[in-house]
Write a protein that binds this ligand. Structure first.
Ligand code: NAP
Length: 371
């Protein structure tokens, strides 16, 4: 017996849409003008727990699709007790997928090209569509404007598998290539999100801003209110992912807020609006920050630095294909609401941004030099 743990959907979870795989239902003309009979997609998610997976699971279920998960059962293993879990490891442990059949697969746990190649090869005959969650980190040079045709980064040793800050992007680029070579571009979607944020984000890169704002007092804001930033709300990414599956949207898409639409000043306004905190911002010049050791501010870049284009990626292709970005204020509001539900030991520490001591030290020096 293999290590497959079988858990079956309870009728209640899918509600009225809980129809068996393959069954079809007549529906009236949908928003896209299609009159084809509707049937749920059988969706396999490689991952499905962690940060982005649960949002995709919930959106797929909300739309009436049938979802099965493949993962090691280590992360939040009790999150979806009603879903069928195929337990295994992407590293030489795909047995649980043998003999299965699905309409589509979402691969959101692929970091190593060999793992992605193995799963894509195994699934190629039994799925019609493979959607791979990549990243904008695939691009090789962030000093120049970025769109989907910009060259991706490369690995000195393309057989290396260690995922580090440096290798993460080039490895994901190789993973994308394995998807295309095993599945074919005509059956593959590659989504390249920028910083994914919203409820459930474990990195705190976006959350730092509203949560630090909540603490009040003088707060360091880098650069100028006009500096560009870019995010993707995890729920918008999940919606677009399921849209791609339903509408058979193939190809490569940067998934970001529209270029130039979101500035540090907007982020500040969002943070103040959703927290109503008594925070007073101090904008600190980029040139000064560049001279300080250990000052890392998440989701912000020096507009004149080597990563100047990281936060102005062209997302028009995804927008034309239907990606919709909710107002950033909603992301801020829901991030704060989610944060307030976390256990005290988790919310005691932000995993990104400046510590209170470091911030006070840098602000004191800034005021001293600008008195
Ligand atoms: N966070 C961001 O801002 C960001 C930005 C751009 C792109 N992305 C991409 O988004 C994707 C998902 O991010 P995330 O933070 O939600 O994911 P994550 O936490 O890395 O992935 C978690 C999911 O993958 C499963 N998993 C991990 N290793 C596995 C293995 N060896 N075999 C089988 N299952 C495995 C986990 O379950 P088990 O632990 O139980 O196995 C869990 O379900 C990644 O592809 C990442 O590159 C993230």
């Amino acid at each position: 017996m293999n290590n497959t743990r079988r858990r079956f959907l309870k009728a209640g979870l899918l509600g009225g849409a809980a129809v068996a795989a393959g069954c079809t239902t007549e529906v009236s003309t949908d928003a896209r003008g299609s009159t084809a009979p509707w049937r749920p997609l059988r969706v396999l998610i490689l991952g499905g727990t962690g940060f982005i997976g649960p949002h995709m699971v919930r959106e797929a279920l909300r739309r009436g699709h049938i979802v099965e998960l493949f993962n090691r059962g280590r992360t939040d293993s009790d999150l979806f007790p009603d879903l069928k879990l195929l337990e295994g490891n992407r590293d030489n442990g795909l047995d649980a997928l043998e003999g299965g059949s699905w309409d589509v697969v979402i691969d959101n746990s692929g970091y190593v090209p060999r793992h992605v190649e193995d799963s894509a090869r195994l699934l190629a005959p039994v799925v019609s569509h493979y959607l791979y969650i990549s990243t904008i980190s695939v691009y090789g040079d962030f000093s120049k404007p970025i769109n989907e045709d910009t060259a991706v980064g490369t690995m000195e040793d393309p057989t290396a598998e260690e995922v580090t800050g440096e290798s993460y992007g080039p490895l994901k680029a190789l993973c994308e290539q394995r998807v295309i070579s095993e599945i074919g571009a005509e059956r593959a979607t590659i989504l390249r999100p920028t910083y994914i944020c919203g409820p459930g984000d474990r990195t705190d890169r976006y959350s730092y801003w509203p949560i630090r704002t909540m603490r009040g007092g003088e707060m360091l804001w880098p650069g100028t209110p006009d500096d560009d930033i870019q995010i993707i709300d995890v729920r918008d990414l999940a919606n677009f992912t399921i849209d791609c599956l339903e509408q058979k949207i193939m190809g490569v898409y940067n998934t970001v807020t529209p270029k130039g639409s979101f500035k540090m000043g907007n982020l500040l306004e969002d943070c103040i609006a959703v927290t109503a905190a008594n925070m007073s911002p101090t904008w600190v010049a980029t040139e000064f920050l560049n001279q300080q050791d250990g000052v890392q501010l998440p989701i912000w870049e020096d507009p004149k630095g080597t990563n100047s284009q990281l936060l102005t990626v062209d997302g028009s292709r995804a927008a034309a294909a239907g990606l919709k970005n909710r107002p950033t204020r909603e992301t801020a509001r829901d991030t704060v609401a989610w944060w307030k539900t976390l256990p005290a030991e988790r919310s005691a520490t932000l995993h990104a941004g400046l510590s209170a001591d470091k911030e006070a030290e840098v602000l004191a020096l800034w005021h001293e030099q600008n008195a």
